[in-house]
Design a protein around this ligand. Structure first.
Ligand SMILES: [Zn+2]
Length: 153
């Protein structure tokens, strides 16, 4: 892979310190950085990398919250069949059940905190919202003309 160099090291260093996120700065200041992203292949690829990293983190933390929620739901339903499973392992039923429930709740809370931190500390919501808006636009373009004329009314 050929090594691409940043075309403007000063701007590149500033952008790197912001993790290539310029969504928080004023529009007139943003223009210079947008120009740099347009002309600098290194910075624009790093920006894409960081935004996909943010999106991945957001998706992973929300998935983890969902899994803990699912685990809690499973635990609730598993109680009737506990006798068989717990007698085999010789575990105390009530203690184990409460331990699993607490672990599930702790995991759920932890995942939700992690998700909130990711959404606050990164531009992931904007990025994901942008993707959703793009998809919606694509779908709308593919709509048959009949539906389009109905919608424009
Ligand atoms: Zn650059």
């Amino acid at each position: 892979m050929p090594k691409i160099r940043c075309t403007d090291r000063v701007v590149g260093a500033i952008l790197a310190s912001w993790r290539y996120d310029i969504s928080g700065i004023s529009p007139e200041m943003r223009r210079d950085y947008e120009n740099h992203f347009a002309e600098c292949a290194q910075c624009s690829s790093r920006q894409r990398f960081h935004r996909s990293l943010d999106a991945t983190l957001a998706v992973l933390t929300s998935l983890s919250a969902l899994f803990f929620l699912f685990a809690l739901a499973v635990l609730k339903h598993i109680k009737p069949m506990e006798h068989m499973a717990f007698n085999v392992f010789g575990l105390d039923v009530e203690d184990t059940f409460h331990m699993l429930i607490s672990a599930g709740i702790a995991g759920l809370i932890f995942s939700l905190i992690a998700l909130a931190l990711v959404l606050m500390a990164t531009p992931a919501p904007k990025y994901l919202g942008g993707i959703a808006a793009e998809r919606a636009k694509l779908i709308e373009e593919r709509l048959p003309a009949a539906i389009k004329s109905l919608r424009s009314r």
